[in-house]
Design a protein around this ligand. Structure first.
Ligand code: MG
Length: 388
């Protein structure tokens, strides 16, 4: 039996994680849950999974949550320390880290320092503080298993050869909803249009990141840290069906790919049960029905976010943390109607320019959060006119 804590249990990945626990209830048990909000759903999850410790982001939510509970009363904690407590409980074997944004950084770090396995779904943790996280894992016996579908695919494909035998990593990208849209109309893209992802059902932040393809740029940085691979050996290939989740090309010219349906339960079960493979009840891929898999290269004019992310990855140090934070704010502002769609990348680019002379190494979570806070502030102050 493996004991699991889920950080972000009411979000999309968190709910899929609980579905994986349901499917493997003789192998997995929930002992801790942490959430930002949605007390109603959290209360249901507590009654059903009976965790020992639960954390809510705001201390003010502790009492209202307690009042909702009937048959099971776990210990309830709050704030960043609360999430870290859930991630480091002595009986936890694996943590799923699915808290959106920089709030996920402290508990993941705490879990790795406590020697836990962490299934990372929150790519921002690796983008903003990748060096700190991989070092914590190395020094304290922690283990990072990627839950992001592309990196999970790479992790699987890398089991076919040694690191020295790898030529390059090929991350696939759906291309999002604007792969075919007339470039001249990009300033008029509405919030609803940007949220309508063609293949994956995801949260708002990641849906917008898929529409700009900043998501793929962040994934290049994530892959760089996870697999110790320089940016120039990580390529992106657009694959609109999202069936091939990523590939590894070896020096002998062989390419190994991982395929499955577009269901996060696959990477989650892999991260929780690795290195075992266990019979899964989830819907299988039927390639005869899909018939065609398409691939095309990325148009840098259509998706300028990708090059920004490559530049940040090559620069290293604090630049990726700044990229990530500026993007998070710019996406929020787009969703609030304060920026046009094209303004997202414009704001991020301008914040990167301002940071260019001040790039510093990141040696701690505090340093990562410092640059994160600086970039957020900058991104809030840059205005790009919205055409109405
Ligand atoms: Mg992904």
């Amino acid at each position: 039996m493996r004991n699991v804590s889920i950080l972000g249990s009411t979000g999309s990945v968190g709910r899929s994680s609980l579905a994986v626990v349901d499917a493997f209830s003789d192998a997995l048990r929930v002992v801790g849950l942490a959430v930002g909000g949605n007390l109603e759903l959290l209360a249901e999850q507590i009654e059903r999974y009976r965790p020992e410790v639960v954390s809510v982001r705001n201390a003010a939510d502790v009492e209202p949550l307690r009042e909702r509970l009937r048959s099971h009363r776990p210990e309830i904690v709050s704030g960043a320390e609360g999430a870290s407590a859930v991630a480091t409980m002595s009986n936890v074997d694996a943590v799923i880290a699915a808290i959106v944004g920089a709030a996920g950084i402290p508990p993941v770090y705490a879990a790795l320092k406590a020697g836990k396995r962490v299934g990372i779904a929150n790519k921002e943790v690796l983008v903003a503080a990748g060096d700190v996280m991989t070092r914590a894992a190395r020094e304290h016996g922690g283990e990072i298993l990627p839950v992001d579908s592309e990196h999970n695919a790479v992790h699987q494909a890398l089991r076919c050869g040694t690191h020295a035998e790898v030529q390059r990593i090929i991350l696939t990208a759906s291309g999002g909803p604007f792969l075919q849209r007339d470039l001249a109309t990009f300033d008029d893209i509405s919030i609803d249009a940007a949220l309508a992802h063609p293949t994956w059902k995801m949260g708002n932040k990641i849906s917008i990141d898929s529409a700009t393809m900043m998501n793929k740029g962040l994934e290049v940085i994530e892959a760089h840290h996870l697999f110790s691979m320089p940016a120039d050996r990580i390529d992106i290939l657009i694959h609109p069906q999202s069936i091939v989740h990523s590939m590894v090309e070896y020096v002998d010219g062989s390419i190994v790919a991982q395929l499955s349906t577009t269901d996060m339960k696959f990477p989650i079960q892999y991260a929780l049960l690795y290195p075992e493979r266990v019979v899964a009840p989830f819907a299988r891929l039927d390639l005869a029905k899909i018939r065609t898999l398409d691939f095309l290269s990325v148009d840098p004019q259509r998706f300028p976010a990708v090059e920004l992310a490559y530049q940040a990855c090559r620069t290293g140090g604090s630049m990726p943390a700044v990229l990530n934070a500026a993007n998070e704010v710019a996406v929020e502002r787009f969703l609030a109607g304060e920026l046009p769609f094209t303004g997202i990348v414009e704001v991020v680019g301008r914040v990167l320019d301002r940071h260019a002379g001040a790039v510093a190494p990141i040696g701690s979570v505090e340093e990562a959060l410092h640059h994160d806070a600086w970039a957020r502030n900058e991104a809030r102050g840059i205005d790009v006119a919205v055409r109405r």
